[in-house]
Design a binder for this molecule. Structure first.
Ligand code: FAD
Ligand code: NAI
Length: 493
């Protein structure tokens, strides 16, 4: 009895302490303190974008040394790796979003956040023009401001290669609205297929989901769609679920070229078991209202009826980046994105414009891993710039006073020695459905490939721990639990 009482007391103390700590952390997060105002003697950094690159930069930046302004058309950060889970209702949209002010309000010096779209950058005059293009606008909705430094991380948009009908008829999978639109249209297809008197061929068309692009986005969307079908639709739409068909279309001879052969084969065999058709060597030539036009491996043309098309065809530079590159056309010849040097300085500029992430074209893949490492690297560089600038002032003051500058000059030389960006690859991970994931990892220079249920658990824990905040972690974990208990939400909102 005494032992039970002790266990009871220990348990109670643990619950109260954990709960108290958790409450303290969340409340501290919720109520940020006062911040230093902008200081006219400090340099101004304008950060463009609120994605992986920008937020990693802002998280690590020492704002005591700079006045910072963030410009982005969305006032939140989107955790893209879990976007396909939102598309099928495994996760709620809000669970993978984090308002950007939740971070900027915790910095030492005030950061100005402006919800606006950058329209153009003048790299010579060092100004940026932006506009509020949201639904509601005030009397002033467009302006131009100067910058001392520009951190440019606007990401990329979906590449359509100008293929007719893609923009009009397909769903993309890049922004939160894309996932929400997909869910709405998918449920609409299912409900319309159940309309009384629907012809059998029309039911088959409505329930045929085509995913274009065998990169990781297309693979993850197909896998999540399959889970939705197996776990939920079979129970709630028994008369229709066996007619739902998923086809993944890829122009290249293989899917997932960035993964090892072993994991590609594992994905293909898992998809086969999951009855997801993979058409490789097949190019989408046109998307119509109710069909996709395919060029088959033997070059024949085939028109296939579809209810919904998801387009995951890769990245292309945004218009604002194309415009910026055109202003420096001698140094910016790569159409795929901005050329930077190994310190992330935009080629052709005086070293005050930095570009990172998906808007650049470099030896690195356009991934969150690269963008966030670049953001953190750049924040370290700015710390060094501040040190260098302070030393420069001290050296010039010492020279005026006629004192010895030898030691200061030594420190200055060190501060001027900037290390280039070095990318450390942590591995590639992707979810392939049926509670299986694939991972190409590197431990101590040894490559390690794994696929299956254990990798799925690793995938979940890896992403749970990388989520932006405690708030996001709690929301995502709760969503996973809710889906386990009650299934996915079928509501078409
Ligand atoms: P983004 O994160 O796209 O941010 C760009 C920011 O710029 C956004 O805030 C945007 O609103 C803003 N912006 C756009 N236009 C303007 C403008 N005109 N003016 C001002 N701001 C503007 N990578 C991985 O490493 N692992 C994964 O598991 C993974 N999964 C993914 C899943 C999906 C579905 C997708 C689409 C991508 C995934 N990626 C993953 C890739 C990863 O999301 C990108 O590489 C990453 O987002 C790039 O970061 P970024 O900061 O360059 O751009
Ligand atoms: P992607 O560029 O990796 O793949 C696009 C695919 O679409 C290509 O294989 C291309 O051949 C195919 N395609 C293009 N046009 C086509 C057509 N007309 N017909 C048929 N196929 C066509 O693009 P994705 O998957 O959007 O990924 C973009 C970036 O984001 C990549 O760098 C990727 O690594 C990263 N990412 C990483 C994830 C992860 O690590 N889990 C998840 C999602 C994206």
């Amino acid at each position: 009895r005494r032992a039970l009482q002790t266990i009871g007391r220990v348990t109670l103390i643990t619950i109260v302490t954990t709960g108290g700590t958790f409450y303290y952390i969340t409340q501290k997060d919720r109520h940020p303190g006062s911040q230093l105002p902008h200081d006219p003697s400090k340099k101004n950094i304008v950060v463009v974008g609120s994605g992986w690159g920008s937020t990693a930069f802002l998280k690590s930046l020492d704002t005591a040394e700079y006045n910072v302004t963030v410009i982005s058309p969305r006032n939140f950060f989107l955790f893209t790796p879990l976007l396909p889970s939102v598309a099928v209702g495994t996760l709620a949209s809000k669970s993978i979003l984090q308002p950007i002010r939740y971070m900027t309000r915790h910095k030492e010096r005030k950061i100005t956040v402006i919800e606006a779209q950058a329209k153009s950058v003048d790299p010579i005059a060092k100004t940026i023009t932006f506009a509020d293009e949201s639904e509601v606008q005030g009397e002033v909705s467009s302006t131009t401001i100067p910058f001392d430094y520009l951190v440019y991380a606007v990401g990329a948009e979906t590449q359509t290669f100008g293929i007719p009908g893609v923009k009009e008829h397909a769903c993309f999978m890049k922004e939160i609205q894309d996932a929400e639109r997909f869910k709405r249209r998918f449920m609409d297809c299912v409900e319309s297929a159940g309309f009384p008197g629907q012809r059998e061929e029309e039911i088959e068309r409505l329930l045929h989901m085509a995913v274009v692009g065998g990169g990781p986005t297309g693979i993850e969307v197909s896998g999540e769609l399959h889970d939705f079908l197996e776990d939920d639709l079979k129970a709630w739409y028994p008369e229709l679920s066996n007619k739902i068909k998923i086809t993944l279309i890829e122009a290249l001879p293989s899917v997932l070229p960035m993964f090892s052969r072993e994991l590609i084969d594992y994905t293909v065999s898992t998809f086969k078991e999951s009855k997801i058709d993979i058409l490789t060597g097949t190019m989408v030539k046109e998307i119509k209202d109710k069909s996709v036009v395919l060029q088959m491996p033997d070059k024949s043309i085939k028109e296939v009826p579809v209810g919904l098309v998801v387009w995951a065809g890769g990245n292309k530079a945004r218009d604002v980046s194309v415009d910026l590159m055109s202003r420096l056309s001698d140094a910016q010849k790569n159409k795929r994105g901005i050329t930077v040097d190994d310190h992330l300085r935009m080629a052709g500029t005086d070293g005050t414009i930095f570009a990172l992430g998906d808007c650049t074209s470099s030896q690195y893949a356009p991934t969150a891993q690269v963008a966030s490492q670049q953001g953190a690297y750049l924040a370290r560089m700015f710390r060094q710039f501040a040190k260098r600038d302070a030393l420069l002032e001290q050296v010039s003051a010492a020279k005026q006073e006629g004192t010895n500058t030898e030691s200061l000059e030594k420190q200055l030389k060190k501060a001027e020695n900037l290390r280039p960006f070095h990318y450390s690859h942590q591995g590639s991970l992707a979810y392939i459905g049926s509670e299986k994931a694939i991972a190409d990892l590197e431990f101590f220079h040894h490559k390690f490939a794994s696929g299956g249920v254990a990798t799925f658990l690793f995938w979940r824990s890896a992403y749970l721990s990388t989520l932006f905040s405690m708030r996001n972690r709690v929301l995502v974990a709760t969503d996973w639990l809710k889906v386990k208990l009650f299934g996915r939400d079928l509501v078409r909102d």
